[in-house]
Write a protein that binds this ligand. Structure first.
Ligand code: ADP
Ligand code: MG
Length: 624
């Protein structure tokens, strides 16, 4: 008898479980399923994400539903549309051998009448987000007055998202005799309140330790200068050729900007945030699941509950405002028993946050250094060699072999190998040869490094937008405040020139200024901001020569190298955009064979060529 059978599950479920390839029940399933099957009881189950909670309630629920009765018998509430669809999909798979059982998803952003119609046709199980469910109830489109089971999935997340009122109201519309099963990763007081109010002597199950980070996730951090954040991200991606990751940013704007930069630089990336339409979000998630996207850049809200297996890395491009959010982020990897890595890119000034997180997750971070260009070349080279070694041979190629052999006949095996791998390797080498090492330079640069930036000190910036872009000082100040989400007095000494401007903020905002403004797309014009050596002084007049004192350039490196393409100052509509992108934009232009030529003519391109041989296979996602 297999383990699932021992738990008391019936034949049609066992068949489906076999199709799904589940071999053994997870801990929460082992604990919850027998209880729910054997008793009519309320239940509170605490388990981390990725522990198999859906099946823990899904299997017993399906077994208990009367599929011959078409009325609605169970309601599953879940925090997001994504999760709602995911659960619906899972339940459908679990119940595929149960004739007559229908499950309908009810969520915002899609036609409510269509959903109502589906419910009306007969749905024993409704999976809903609280907001849309409340809507349906108000309009009399559903009847949950006779349900037997109500499941609150990810209860802590639902309450986090402010659904308390909706949940209370929905539950009051259900019969008192129903059973309530509550699943949650954590047990904050609001969840306890719901449990107390709506549940009767619930059975309790706890899996693993409350609030502890998943054992399958290791945590690393990398210290970089604020302006090197993006370069660090790219290197981490290059050093992990098979990366399949969720990259977290703090704001929608950063999310969009980072994703766009990655796409421009040739990575398989896309943005996921609340400003996208539902259709766009669905498209992005589909590509991510299909692995056409290797780096999904997301906001915390949009990424809630993303359940994609085999995510190798979670990257905290910026740390979340609420440290607790870190747990939710890192839970996107290390799922279903797989190992995962959660990476944090931090600046020195944020280091204390790392210790706070360590206390919360009760796990230590490992400090690492961003790989040097040569290390990356080595990793890529070995990756390529392995790829070649493991490539399956399609015997179509036999027809061409005589001709190919003729070409290679004067080369020894050693020579041939050298040349083959060099094809790919040279691109990385050429790119990284010119790059400084962002980690090791940290300590060496003290002489040319702009003075250390501290909170409390004013910092002056040079920015490549000005009167020509229709700004006067008030408009620029408003634009900056809004774009950077800063307060009324946080931007000061704004001095607008024809093609460029200066402004000040407190040092505590420097990180934000650099990360948000750099690369910001202002109606097709790419904003470039640099820290000026000049602090703006008592009079901003003398900034006329600030063009030179916009000294960020002098410290060389990243920016300096871009000079040929980099448009600041007088180059309107900077060559930056057009000459870097024109050849990169068109979809499907991801053939790596085209790249070397493009690369060499571009010179200053920001991407070290093809990500790997895989790149050719995966279509480049559309920009959304
Ligand atoms: P949670 O709701 O706890 O975050 P899920 O129910 O979404 O977790 O399950 C996470 C993943 O694990 C899903 O892909 C699911 O199909 C898979 N899974 C669930 N139970 C098992 C099992 N017993 N064996 C193997 N995989 C499982
Ligand atoms: Mg779940």
């Amino acid at each position: 008898m297999n383990k699932f059978e021992q738990l008391g599950l019936n034949e049609s479920l066992l068949l489906a479980i076999k199709d799904l390839g589940f071999e053994n029940p997870s801990e929460v399933q082992e604990k919850a399923i027998p209880v729910l099957l054997e008793q009519e009881t309320d239940l509170v189950a605490l388990a981390q994400t990725g522990t198999g909670k859906t099946a823990a309630f899904g299997f017993p629920l399906i077994q208990k539903i009367d599929a011959e009765d078409r009325s609605t018998q169970a309601l599953i509430l879940s925090p997001t549309r994504e999760l709602c669809l995911q659960i619906t999909n899972e339940i459908k798979q679990y119940s595929k051998y149960v004739k007559g059982l229908h499950t309908v998803a009810v969520y915002g952003g899609a036609s409510i009448t269509e959903q109502a119609r589906e419910v009306k046709r007969g749905a024993q199980i409704i999976v809903a987000t609280p907001g849309r469910m409340q809507d349906m109830i108000n309009r009399g489109l559903v009847n949950i007055k006779n349900i037997n089971y109500c499941i609150l999935d990810e209860a802590d997340e639902m309450l986090n998202m402010g659904f308390y009122e909706d949940i209370v109201s929905i539950l009051s519309d259900t019969p008192d005799e129903k059973r309530t099963w509550l699943f949650s990763a954590t047990m904050p007081s609001e969840v306890a309140r719901i449990a107390k109010k709506f549940m009767f002597e619930p059975a309790e199950i706890t899996v693993g330790h409350k609030n502890s980070g998943s054992k399958t996730v290791s945590h690393e951090f990398y210290v970089v200068n604020a302006r090197d954040r993006y370069e660090a991200l790219k290197r981490l991606a290059d050093a992990n050729p098979d990366i399949f990751s969720v990259v977290f940013c703090r704001t929608k704007r950063d999310t969009q900007a980072v994703a766009e930069k990655l796409i421009e630089d040739g990575y398989n990336a896309a943005a996921l945030h609340g400003d996208l339409s539902q259709a766009q979000r669905d498209g992005v998630m589909k590509s991510f699941r299909g692995r056409q996207i290797q780096m999904l850049v997301a906001t915390d809200v949009a990424a809630r509950g993303i359940d994609v297996d085999n995510v190798t890395h979670v990257v905290n491009y910026q740390l979340p405002d609420e440290i607790e959010t870190y747990n939710h982020r890192s839970g996107r990897t290390g799922r279903a028993g797989k190992l995962g890595t959660s990476i944090v890119i931090v600046t020195k000034s944020e280091l204390r946050k790392i210790s706070s997180i360590e206390r919360i997750i009760q796990q230590k971070f490992e400090e690492k250094t961003i790989p040097s260009g040569m290390e990356i070349c080595e990793i890529q080279l070995l990756h390529l060699a392995n790829k070649i070694h493991d490539t399956e041979i399609d015997h179509e190629i036999d027809n061409y072999l005589p001709a190919i052999e003729e070409v290679f006949q004067d080369l020894s095996k050693e020579e041939l190998i050298k040349r083959m791998v060099s094809v790919e390797f040279n691109r990385f080498l050429n790119y990284y040869k010119k790059k400084r090492d962002i980690s090791s330079e940290k300590s060496e640069r003290s002489s040319s490094e702009p003075r250390e930036i501290r909170a409390g000190d004013p910092v002056r910036y040079f920015v490549n937008i000005g009167a020509r872009d229709d700004f006067d000082w008030m408009q620029l100040k408003d634009f900056l405040k809004e774009t950077l989400d800063l307060g009324r007095d946080d931007v000061f000494k704004v001095d607008v020139k024809e093609g460029f401007s200066f402004f000040n903020t407190d040092g505590e905002h420097t990180d934000k200024v650099m990360s948000i403004l750099n690369g910001f797309d202002l109606n097709g014009r790419r904003i470039n901001v640099e820290i000026s050596k000049n602090d703006g002084g008592s009079s901003s007049r003398r900034d006329h020569n600030g063009r030179n004192s916009g000294g960020g350039r002098r410290d060389g490196g990243f920016r300096g190298e871009r000079k040929s393409s980099g448009g600041f100052g007088p180059r309107k509509e900077g060559g930056f955009r057009s000459d870097r992108n024109s050849s990169r934009r068109e979809p499907g232009s991801f053939q790596r064979d085209e790249r070397p030529a493009r690369r060499s003519s571009e010179g200053s391109s920001d991407r070290p060529a093809s990500r790997s041989f895989d790149a050719a296979k995966s279509r480049r996602p559309r920009r959304s």
